[in-house]
Design a protein around this ligand. Structure first.
Ligand SMILES: Cc1ncc(COP(=O)(O)O)c(C=O)c1O
Length: 482
């Protein structure tokens, strides 16, 4: 039995649900805050609220806004509420998309199509971003046939503005930076970059996918944080994910433009299709109503005051996390994060390997996000982590001691994989190995393990494509596709 056949008979609901419950026993334990990314959880009460709000428009489809005027109204209102939060002017417009990745894809698409009209001489369009800009923008460019270029950062992990200024050329159709960038949680120098964008008359996108529902609610935000939203002249679009710190149901990200002259290039229209006239604002055809209704309802539920309280509490948890790291002499927090995104590394990477520490933490049941350039561990600290900081720090202290005593751990597990990959000068080779892992994962021939068992029907007599030495190590990778 190598593949799962189409079910021949109907099964009772209880059997189906119990099979689903059995499958999740080996999943990452976000509920007890063992994960440091992927899930944004407020409380069981809020999850029930989200299900209710999602359920109200579970069946409806925003593919046709004229059929479901309720959903179009909710989308418009969410866009306007977010535009208000980001201090966009009265001309601001936008769409609610499936996630940060789609918002970035659309920001790049509208810049490309706008350039086709306004700068038709550009044959090879380029997006200019920063090394730390979320990889979804690089993916967008790869998808849209745009060249993706990035500049480095200063010592504080913020974009190197001088490099960026020099890198702008006649093919640049969009500049992008972050508020904050994901890897170290710092806001790029948005005002300085916006000045360059204005001077060169190039659209400037600020990726606030993770910060959009956090930074505006921080205490004394206007005094403590550098300007980054639409109040900065030159910023033409901002993405802000509702399904991250907006705490709405998954599948919702806002993309706001300063005015319609940018948004209109996001749209796709066709007057020729046999199925009739067609107009689509974003990537999908079918657009789940629930994601929009849950977003609309959640903004009403919390309001500014509710978000301010949650952000305040989250910053207290993040402060505990930071203090915990700083209390371990061998470790240091990288940069000075502007919100609750914290990256830490070892002070002396040549003697204590941070990836070996990550491996030790995973042995204790934590799901750890590893980063590179520089090698570090990343944590998106949320409200839910209040329960986990003490236990995490205790395990971290122990992990540091274990790695100090056993330096050979740097050559084992994922630490070995990252060490090996770092030594390969041609990154294309590493890409090829990652690709092989992806093929393995999606071949249907991989054994999916949970609780020491194999998923029924996924066992195979055929083997997935055999990866090379590095590939075998990469088999265990996680953070690289997260
Ligand atoms: C700054 C930033 N931009 C974009 C994304 C991509 O968002 P999504 O995973 O919703 O596609 C993320 C995800 O963490 C992010 O942190």
């Amino acid at each position: 039995m190598s593949r799962v056949p189409f079910p021949s008979q109907a099964k009772p609901e209880a059997e189906i649900f119990s099979a689903m419950d059995a499958m999740r026993t080996g999943d990452a334990d976000w509920k007890h805050a063992k994960t440091w990314s992927l899930v944004y959880h407020v409380s069981d009460e809020h999850t029930e609220f989200l299900k209710k709000a999602y359920g109200k428009f579970f069946t409806e489809n925003l593919l046709n806004p004229l059929a479901f005027k309720s959903l179009k109204k909710m989308e418009t209102e969410v866009v306007q509420m977010v535009a208000d939060l980001l201090h966009a002017g009265p001309e601001a417009v936008g769409t609610i998309n499936s996630g940060g990745t789609e918002s970035l894809l659309l920001a790049a698409k509208s810049a490309r199509d706008r350039a086709r009209k306004t700068r038709p001489w550009i044959r090879n369009p380029e997006v200019l971003a920063v090394q730390t800009t979320h990889v979804a923008l690089e993916k967008a460019c790869a998808t849209l046939g745009i060249k993706f270029r990035s500049v480095g950062t200063r010592d504080d992990y913020r974009a190197d503005v001088d490099q960026l200024r020099r890198a702008v050329n006649r093919n640049t159709i969009l500049i992008a930076a972050s508020a904050p960038q994901y890897p170290q949680g710092v806001i790029d120098p948005i005002e300085e970059i916006a000045a360059i964008a204005l001077d060169k008359n190039i659209p400037f996108h600020v990726d606030a996918c993770i910060g959009g529902f956090f930074l505006p609610f921080m205490k004394d935000a206007d005094r403590r944080l550098p300007a980054w939203d639409f109040r900065v002249k030159g910023v033409t679009s901002i993405s802000a994910d509702l399904h991250k710190f907006g705490y709405t149901a998954k599948g919702a990200s806002a993309l706001i433009y300063r005015d319609m002259s940018y948004l209109k290039h996001q749209f796709f229209v066709s007057a020729l299709w046999s199925g009739g006239f067609f107009g689509s604002p974003s990537m999908p055809g079918t657009r789940p109503g629930g994601a929009i209704s849950a977003a609309w309802a959640t903004l009403q539920k919390f309001g500014r005051q509710g978000y301010e309280e949650m952000v305040q509490k989250t910053m207290e948890v993040a402060e505990r996390f930071k203090k915990g790291i700083e209390a371990i002499p061998e470790l240091q927090v990288l940069g000075n994060p502007d919100m609750s995104l914290i990256a830490y590394a070892t002070r002396d990477p040549s003697s204590i390997n941070i990836y070996a520490i990550a491996d030790q933490l995973e042995k204790k049941g934590w799901l750890i996000d590893r980063q590179q350039s520089p090698a570090c561990i990343h944590a998106t600290v949320t409200l839910n982590h209040a329960q986990a900081i003490d236990a995490y720090m205790a395990d971290l202290r122990q992990a540091v001691e274990t790695v100090k005593k056993n330096p050979q751990l740097a050559k084992e597990g994922q630490a070995g994989m990252y060490g090996l990959a770092a030594k390969i000068p041609v990154k294309g080779l590493v890409n090829m190995e990652i690709l092989k892992v992806m093929e393995g994962l999606y071949s249907g021939k991989d054994k999916i393990e949970f609780s020491g068992n194999e998923l029924e029907g996924s066992e195979s007599s055929e083997k997935p494509p055999a990866p090379s030495g590095l590939g075998r190590l990469i088999q265990k990778f996680k953070g690289m596709i997260g």
